[in-house]
Structure formats: C-alpha cells, structure tokens
Design a protein around this ligand. Structure first.
Ligand code: FAD
Length: 316
C-alpha cells in the first residue's frame, strides 16, 4: 500500500484531534506514516499508534516546536524525496497551510487547501470562494499535498505499531531565520478549542451585549460545546476575536453548529457552512441563515436559548 505522510499537529506532544482525523483519512488512501516534529514525542506515541500510524518519523527537537513553518516544510520535503509517498496530508490550520505552501514550492508539487474530503484516487473535495462553491480537484504534478479542514472526518481508532524512525534535517539559512522566542499560551478554559469542538454555539449581533453572551455560554456548557461569535459581535467588543467564525475569523466544521441571533451573511457562512448539522435561532423568518439551516427556530433567542439549555440539563 502506498505511504501517506501525515503531519502531526500537537502541543508539547498532546496530539490534536485533527491529527487523528488525518490518520483516519490516510488509512482510506494507503498506509499512514505520522511525521512528528517538535518536543514531547513520548506523550504522542500511543495516540498515533492507536489511530493507525504504521510508522512515525520523529524529529524530536525543541527548536522546531510550535509555529516554525520553514523547518517543518524542509523536513517534509526531505521525507518526500526519500520515500516518495503517494500524498502528504496536513491540517488546514494557519500553520498547516503555510507548511503546505512551502512544501509545494520545495517539491514542485501541487497543493490543495481546505479539503473536506479526499477520495481513494486522491480527488479532493474543497470548499472555495469563501465557501460559496465546492470544487473537486486533483493534483497533476509532483506529490499531492492536501490540507484538510479540522472536523471533516470522524476519527476512528485502528491500532498499528507506529514504528519509530528518528529523522533530522540540516536547516538552510532561510529556515534558520525564524525561531520561536516565546510560546503563545492560550487562556485555559473548560470549553473545547473552537476549531476542534464537535459542537459550537455562536452568538451574533442579536445577542445585544457582552453580558448577554452568558446565555450563549450556558447553552454551550450544557452541551460541552465551544462558543463562537459573528464579526458584528466581535467588532462590538462583546466577545474576543479568537472566537470569530467566518471569512476573517476561524473556519469550523463541527457535527452541530447553533447560530443564535446571526443573520447568515456570506462572510459568516464561509466559516461554518460545512458543519454537519446547522441550527439557527433568529426572530426574523427572512434571515438568510434559514436557507442554510437544517433546523430553524423563529423566535427570540432570549426565550428560546434558555429553554433549550434547561431541557438539555434536565436530561443529563
Ligand atoms: P446582523 O447581520 O446584524 O444579524 C443579527 C441577526 O440577529 C438578525 O438576523 C436579527 O434578526 C437577529 N436578532 C436580533 N435580535 C434577536 C433576538 N432577540 N433573537 C433572535 N434573533 C435576533 N462576519 C462574520 O461573522 N465573520 C467574518 O469572518 C466576517 N468577515 C468579513 C469580512 C469582510 C471583508 C466583510 C466585508 C465582512 C465580514 N463579516 C464577517 C461581516 C458580515 O458581512 C456581517 O456583517 C456579519 O456577519 C453580521 O453579523 P450578525 O449576523 O451577528 O449581525
């Protein structure tokens, strides 16, 4: 079976869910080999094996930890040259896409970003033009490099050996130019990370104020969900920018997306329309979000959302 390289996304060895999704997808395309770059491999090893990595190429190096894209691309390019994999899968995160672009240039290959699926013949289904169109594309030159959106594949375990192969790379001067001087430590809350969450509850201008976001947070906590926000809510200073969903915010693709008091502008849809099930709560029955929603509730969010929250809590 053809080898498929999977770039591992992790934080100090704690493997992110998107990596498990990529390993699951890679198994449908060939034999996955994980590529671990950074510190903390011991912590990661078990998870990578559990989700089917036959091999793990490990560059254990604290200098390469975090958002350092040039060395990661360089290492992947070396592995591509040595092992001629059938494809390279990376997460379609900001970092993953930058690594993909650099790797494509180094290897003279085509790159496809924002894939929500890949078929066995390596045709990627992409969400493009701000999510308004779905394209089916295939790389025609070099090694296909495919950046897949988090939450596009349901991760399934399939134990393998994850045989460790230590690798290193002689960095070019260009790759040495960037180094991490301080790690970004995100505020730790009990809620899941927005792009990783399987349920997202988002609030928009209809929420009316920062304090009122408590209504959204209560529903999110009852569901174990992440909280998102429209740009209107973020620009008004009601919720932090890290929570913005959309074209100029984050792209999410959870199993369930609940939009409360959000009209459904194209720029908002760009960040959430590949969600599996969309529920909209809006008092305006003409709101465009209802064109997209699987379930719509026409009503005042301050009446609807607390009722939903209570009902969920009763069933716990
Ligand atoms: P509105 O459009 O004002 O909608 C508020 C909705 O709340 C209305 O439908 C109203 O009926 C409903 N409502 C009001 N009160 C209640 C209530 N009590 N109960 C129930 N419903 C109620 N937007 C993003 O979200 N993300 C982006 O990344 C983004 N990027 C952009 C990039 C560019 C270049 C541009 C030009 C725009 C971008 N926007 C983005 C902005 C986008 O065009 C919209 O302005 C924005 O999404 C609107 O947010 P909203 O739906 O919360 O507000």
């Amino acid at each position: 079976m053809a080898e498929i390289l999977v770039l591992v996304d992790h934080a100090d060895g704690a493997v992110k869910k998107v990596t498990l999704e990529l390993l699951t997808k890679a198994r449908a395309l060939g034999t996955p080999s994980a590529v671990f770059i950074g510190a903390g491999y011991d912590k990661a090893a078990e998870k990578l094996a559990e989700y089917g990595a036959a091999k793990a190429y490990v560059a254990e190096d604290a200098e390469l930890d975090g958002y350092v894209t040039a060395p990661k691309a360089e290492l992947l390019a070396k592995l591509v040259a040595e092992h001629a994999p059938a494809a390279v899968l990376v997460p379609a995160t900001a970092e993953g896409k930058e690594v993909a672009a650099r790797l494509a240039i180094k290897t003279g290959s085509g790159v496809l970003t924002d894939a929500v699926d890949v078929s066995a013949d390596l045709v990627a289904e992409q969400s493009i033009f701000g999510g308004s169109t779905v394209a089916h594309s295939k790389v025609a030159k070099g090694t296909p490099i495919i950046a897949m959106r988090p939450n596009a594949t349901a991760p399934e375990a399939a134990p393998a050996t994850a045989e460790r192969v230590d690798v290193s790379v002689e960095l070019t001067d260009a790759a040495k130019l960037a180094k991490v001087v301080e790690k970004v430590v995100l505020p730790k809350g009990d809620r899941p990370e927005l792009t990783e969450a399987s349920i997202v509850v988002s609030g928009g201008r209809g929420v009316g104020s920062g304090e009122n976001f408590a209504v959204i947070e209560k529903l999110a906590d009852a569901l174990g969900a992440a909280v998102g926000a429209s740009r209107a809510a973020v620009d008004a200073g009601w919720y932090p920018h890290q929570a913005q969903v959309g074209q100029t915010g984050k792209t999410v693709s959870p199993q369930l997306y609940i939009a409360a008091g959000i009209s459904g502008a194209i720029q908002h849809r760009a960040g959430m329309q590949t969600s599996k099930t969309i529920v909209a709560i809006n008092k305006d029955e003409e709101a465009p979000i209802f064109e997209l929603a699987d379930y719509g509730v026409i009503g005042d969010l301050f009446k609807v959302v607390p009722q939903v929250t209570d009902e969920i809590l009763k069933r716990k």
